[in-house]
Write a protein that binds this ligand. Structure first.
Ligand code: PLP
Length: 392
């Protein structure tokens, strides 16, 4: 016998559709409860704490290592960045808008666009310039757009019978070396006389400004568009409007980017002045390596030195390995040495001491330095960019 006879008798007397309704209501209450618990479970599953138990100590260690490896934002940069405006850059974020207006002004161009990366900045420029195939982009064989950016450029003398050139791209600095501005102007005049477009990958144009004391707008004047690190694209208003549209199309509309724009603004205001000291440290590195007998394959005109240790009998792999085992390790990749504002002079001296030590070890093991040729292996370098293939 049911414990609720009256309830059931009432239910039985009710029309069928009302009975169904009452049951589905009950099921809904049940479902609501189970949805709540399912949601709670999912919320538990998706929770993540990305910080390690030793995060503060890890960060302190990383900050110590930057003087011997990569560059990080400084504490001051963070402090400035968190004061940036909150807004959506797809709808013109205020801090980013201010940065873009400033970049347009100092480059002497009509407009600027903040872009997630240098690669995207160059690609947006090319995509915006190149309207109708067939076309090709002419650049130096060492240019980033030819070597690393999905090979969008072609080098002089290759594929002569393929698509006609529509854009000529220069890179300044090119592997740390400065292109003389007179040469840029001659190239630009010729390119423009043929009705073609000039684009500059100015990844390290700030180094050129600092080293030559030439105003940025003067360096940018021969170009229709310029990509500056890290990372703005500048050019005519109509060009930037179209590039903005492509940026959105390619998923580069980053929305809440006030903090990034503020970091860039901080770097312009406070870090640019540090570049001459960076270049002096690169020069010290170059001189030190030369004194030991290492071949310099690209001179330290700004912040980079490319070197070949084979004249002292040392391989890149050996050097990478030994540098990683120093009491205060140094991270190396191969032939390219880059000095930045956080590189400590002590790291450079430690590196030179290690190279000297390796050279001595090789000499003691019977290595006789080869007679100096145009290059140690007797032929011109096809590329000065050599990766060691060893993880430090
Ligand atoms: C000359 C040059 N162009 C473009 C890039 C690409 O920049 P990003 O790494 O921001 O995509 C780099 C990166 O180092 C570069 O050196």
């Amino acid at each position: 016998m049911s414990r609720f006879p009256r309830f059931f008798s009432v239910l039985q007397q009710r029309p069928r559709h009302l009975l169904d309704h009452s049951l589905s209501q009950g099921r809904r209450y049940l479902m609501a409860a189970s949805i709540e618990s399912a949601r709670a479970k999912i919320a538990e599953d998706i929770k993540i704490d990305i910080f390690t138990a030793t995060q503060v100590a890890d960060n302190a260690k990383a900050l110590k290592e930057i003087s011997r490896s990569f560059i990080f934002p400084t504490a001051e940069m963070y402090a400035y960045a968190i004061r940036a405006s909150l807004g959506d850059d797809v709808y013109y974020e205020p801090s980013t808008k201010a940065l873009e207006a400033h970049m347009a002004k100092i480059t002497g161009k009509e407009a600027a666009l903040f872009v997630p990366s240098g690669t995207m900045s160059n690609q947006l420029a090319l995509r915006t310039h190149l309207k109708q195939p067939p076309y090709s982009v002419l650049c130096d064989h060492r240019a980033h757009i030819a070597r690393s950016s999905s090979h969008s450029g072609r080098c002089p003398g290759t594929h002569r019978f393929r698509a006609p050139t529509q854009v000529v791209e220069l890179e300044n600095t090119l592997n740390g070396t400065i292109i003389p501005q007179e040469d840029v102007i001659v190239i630009s005049d010729y390119v423009h006389s043929k009705g073609l477009i000039m684009h500059l990958d100015g990844a390290r144009i700030w180094d050129v400004v600092a080293q030559t004391a030439t105003p940025l707008h003067e360096l940018c004047a021969p170009f229709d568009s310029v990509r500056l690190s890290d990372s703005c694209l500048v050019g005519p208003k109509e060009f930037i409007t179209k590039a903005r549209w492509f940026r959105k199309l390619f998923g580069g509309g980053m929305r809440q980017i006030g903090v990034l724009s503020a970091s860039a603004a901080y770097a312009l205001s406070h870090n640019f002045q540090l570049l001459p000291a960076v270049h002096a440290l690169a020069k010290r590195l170059e001189t030190g390596l030369e004194e030991i007998g290492v071949e310099i394959t690209s001179a330290a005109e700004t912040c980079m030195v490319f070197f070949d240790p084979s004249p002292i009998g040392v391989t890149y792999a050996e050097l990478v390995d030994r540098a990683s085992k120093l009491p205060e390790p140094i991270k190396l990749g191969g032939s390219r040495l880059v000095i930045h504002i956080q590189t400590s002079p002590a790291a450079v001296e430690d590196f030179l001491t290690l190279v000297r030590q390796l050279a001595d070890e090789k000499k003691q093991a019977g290595f006789v330095p080869p007679e100096r040729k145009a290059s140690p292996n007797g032929r011109p370098y096809s590329s000065i960019y050599v990766r060691s293939g060893v993880k430090a």
